[in-house]
Ligand binder design. Structure first.
Ligand code: COA
Ligand code: MG
Length: 297
C-alpha cells in the first residue's frame, strides 16, 4: 500500500499519539529513538505497545515503530517489547549496510512467531543515509535484501553529524549541499532498484507549509512517493502533493488509450507531442498510484 504521509510521533507521549490517530497521516511512526530521552525508554515502550494494541484497525492509518539503531543495546529490547502490538512495520535508523536490514528481518521473524503475528506481515522502512558507511554501501541492497523492505528514506540531520558537517545547506543556494544531494539521489535510485517506495526527507521547518509543499512537489517530480512529517499540520499538505490531480489522471488515461488504439507502435503522437515507452510507463505509474490512493478510501 502506498503511504503518502508518515508522521513521527514521540512514543512516550500518550497525548501526541492520540492526536496522531485523528490526523490525516497515512501512517504514524511511533518513535522510540531520538525523540525519547534515555530515562523514558521503558515508559515509551509500554505506552507504544498499549497504543498499538488499542488500535488494531489499520485500514485508514498504519502504525509503524522506529526502534533504536541495531548497534545500540536498546534496539532488541525495543523490538521485543512492541512486536506483540503487531506494528505494520519497523523503521530502522542509522543503517550501515543492507546486512542490517536482513538481520532485523530475522529478529522480526522470530518475534512474529512468538507473538502469533502472521509471518512476513511486518514491513521495514530503512532510514538509509544517517551514517558515513551508508553512503558507501548502497550496492549491498541489490544482494538479496529481504522482501520485508518496503520503503527507504534518507536523512540530512544525523548525516551532518556523522560527516562532521556544521550545516547541511549550500550557502549559495539555501538548498542541500552536495553530499546530501548525493545521499538523496542514492536513496531514490536504490529504492527504485529494489522495488521499494522512495520516501522524501522530513521538512524540518514545520511552520513553513508553503516551503513544505514546494519541496513535496520537487520530491515527487524526482520520483519520490510520500514524505516523512514531524508535525500534524504537515500531513494534509503532503497527502495533497502526492495525490495525482484530476488533470494528471486524465492525461495519463489519454496516453494509455492512444497506445491501446495503436497496437504494435512504440512511438505515437498526442496533442502534437511525441510519446514513447517511458511516457507509457509513467502514465501507468500515475494511474496505479491514483488507484492505490482511491482504494484506501
Ligand atoms: N504528533 C502528534 N501530535 C503532535 C505532534 C506530532 N508529531 N507535534 C505536535 N503535536 C501536537 C501538540 O501536542 C499540540 O497539541 P495540542 O494543540 O493538543 O496542545 C499540537 O499538535 C500543536 O503543536 P505545536 O504547539 O504547533 O508544536 P509543539 O511545539 O507542541 O511541538 C515538536 C513541536 C517539534 C516538538 C513536535 O512537533 C514533535 O514532537 N514532533 C515530532 C518530533 C519527532 O518525532 N522527531 C523524531 C523524528 S525526526
Ligand atoms: Mg534522528
Amino acid at each position: 500500500m502506498i503511504i503518502r504521509s508518515w508522521l513521527f510521533v514521540p512514543g512516550d507521549s500518550e497525548k501526541k499519539m492520540a492526536k496522531g490517530r485523528e490526523n490525516a497521516a497515512d501512517a504514524l511512526i511511533l518513535d522510540l529513538e531520538d525523540s525519547v530521552s534515555d530515562d523514558r525508554q521503558d515508559i515509551a515502550r509500554e505506552l507504544t505497545l498499549a497504543f498499538l494494541k488499542a488500535n488494531p484497525d489499520r485500514s485508514r492509518q498504519q502504525l509503524w515503530v522506529r526502534i533504536n539503531p541495531l548497534d545500540s543495546d536498546l534496539s532488541l529490547p525495543d523490538l521485543a517489547a512492541i512486536m506483540g502490538g503487531a506494528p505494520d512495520g519497523i523503521v530502522i535508523p542509522k543503517v550501515k549496510t543492507a546486512a542490517d536490514i536482513n538481520r532485523l528481518a530475522d529478529y522480526i521473524r522470530i518475534l512474529e512467531i512468538r507473538e502469533g503475528v502472521p509471518e512476513g506481515q511486518t514491513k521495514i522502512l530503512s532510514v538509509a543515509t544517517e551514517t558515513a558507511e551508508s553512503l558507501l554501501t548502497f550496492p549491498t541492497y541489490l544482494e538479496n535484501v529481504t522482501p520485508r523492505l518496503s520503503a527507504l528514506t534518507w536523512g540530512g540531520e544525523d548525516l551532518s553529524a556523522a560527516l562532521g558537517a556544521s550545516s547541511n545547506r549550500n550557502p549559495a543556494t539555501g538548498g542541500y549541499d552536495d553530499v546530501f544531494l548525493y545521499a538523496k539521489s542514492m536513496c531514490l535510485a536504490t529504492a527504485r532498484a529494489v522495488d521499494a517506495q522512495p520516501v522524501g526527507v522530513v521538512y524540518v521547518d514545520f511552520r513553513d507549509l508553503e516551503g513544505l509543499e514546494a519541496e513535496c512537489l520537487r520530491d515527487r517530480q524526482s520520483g519520490f512517493i510520500g514524505k516523512a512529517a514531524i508535525h500534524p499540520a504537515q500531513s494534509e499538505v503532503i497527502n495533497r502533493a502526492f495525490t495525482p490531480s484530476d488533470e494528471e489522471i486524465e492525461h495519463a488515461q489519454k496516453v494509455v488509450q492512444v497506445f491501446e488504439d495503436n497496437p504494435g507502435l512504440g512511438t505515437v503522437g498526442l496533442d502534437g507531442k511525441m510519446l514513447d515507452m517511458p511516457h507509457l510507463k509513467q502514465a501507468r505509474n500515475t494511474l496505479e498510484l491514483a488507484k492505490q490512493i482511491a482504494d484506501r478510501g
